[in-house]
Design a protein around this ligand. Structure first.
Ligand code: SF4
Length: 336
């Protein structure tokens, strides 16, 4: 998977590094002083991730936790991201990481102890102010939360941390089917694994290299059967002529395979880009079906479908959700 591994000299004692070194014993390793001395120093085209991906291991310095934008998650409660990785092994054509860094190489930060201390300090401050309000933490603003968790090995640490405070919620958001580490943990009601799903045809056309819908649904069921809370993101919703049919089939699959009343929440969001990412999509995927629709700049500077069109799409998808028995309390709209 990786052509070279770079590791910061003072991170070589982490057990995760030892584990990665054993797994990738054929891959050359270079010790460096700091990730930022090498990562992104020379611009590397985004699509080089297809055939030349490097892995960087080290410590996250500076900002460990960031407040999430309004309307990111369930309304009325504070939301934060923590940053434990940069970039992703998958290749979704709409990915917000295109052009974000100078490089698509993967960075895994190993200093979870420090990230955890910052999380705990933040939840204590928030709960002191208002003990009745839960506080949310989302793993990975710049990566998939679980896809490489077998390498970064942080799952037991976060289960231990969040077992201390039930009002602190952790969301692990993923398109992967990498749940082995989760199944080894005793479920906690405040750790929710959320899966981004789209109709199978859309996954194959746009979410390149991600697991098939059937595979993701299967692992959601395994987590439910093991007692882990799960949630679903129908995001990004991409319009196509028969989207009502394809989403109807998706909801029928969810109804037949999952325990829908036990789904914590279902978020829905229509495809959107920053103008910079939109430019990258046009450059990287000029033939993409994504670009077939009309887009315009919207209230927050992002590029979206026109508002009446977005609301019409969301209305149709919500109707389909209610038809299979999901409730108003379970469904929320993301970033609208
Ligand atoms: S899974 Fe998420 S982070 Fe990874 S390529 Fe797709 S959109 Fe980007």
């Amino acid at each position: 998977m990786f052509s070279r591994i770079f590791v910061e000299k003072d991170s070589t004692s982490y057990p995760q590094f030892q584990n990665i070194r054993e797994r990738f014993s054929q891959v050359p390793i270079t010790e460096i002083d700091a990730i930022e001395d090498v990562f992104g120093r020379v611009k590397k085209p985004y699509l080089q991730k297809r055939d030349n991906l490097q892995l960087f291991l080290g410590k996250k310095k500076g900002t460990l936790l960031k407040e999430a934008p309004d309307a990111y998650g369930l309304a009325g409660e504070p939301h934060y991201y923590f940053i434990h990785a940069y970039n992703c092994i998958y290749e979704c054509e709409y990915c917000y990481l295109q052009g974000y860094f100078n490089s698509p190489d993967i960075v895994l930060f190993l200093n979870h102890q420090e990230i955890g201390e910052e999380i705990e300090r933040t939840w204590k401050e928030s709960l002191n102010k208002d003990p009745s309000k839960r506080i949310w933490f989302h793993a990975g603003e710049f990566s998939d939360s679980l896809a490489l968790s077998h390498l970064s090995g942080e799952i037991p640490f976060y289960f231990d941390l969040f077992s201390k405070e039930p009002r602190a919620m952790l969301e692990l958001r993923t398109k992967s089917a990498n749940i082995k580490g989760l199944l080894e943990q005793k479920p906690l009601p405040n750790i929710i694994t959320s899966f981004s799903l789209s109709p199978e045809k859309r996954i194959r056309a746009t979410d390149l290299k991600t697991p098939a819908l059937s595979h993701r649904v299967k692992v959601i069921r395994s987590l439910q059967e093991a007692g882990h809370p799960v949630a679903i993101h129908l995001d990004p919703i991409i319009h196509e002529d028969n989207f009502i049919k394809t989403y109807s089939e998706l909801f029928q699959t969810l109804k037949s395979e999952l325990d829908l009343p036990k789904i914590e929440y279902v978020s829905m969001g229509v495809v959107r880009f920053t103008s910079q990412v939109f430019h990258q999509v046009k450059k990287n995927y000029p033939q993409s079906e994504l670009l077939a629709a009309e887009f315009s700049s919207s209230f927050d500077g992002k590029v979206r479908y026109p508002r009446p069109f977005r609301l019409w799409i969301l209305g149709k998808i919500k109707d389909l959700a209610f038809q299979v028995g999901l409730t108003k309390e379970q469904v929320y709209l993301c970033m609208e």
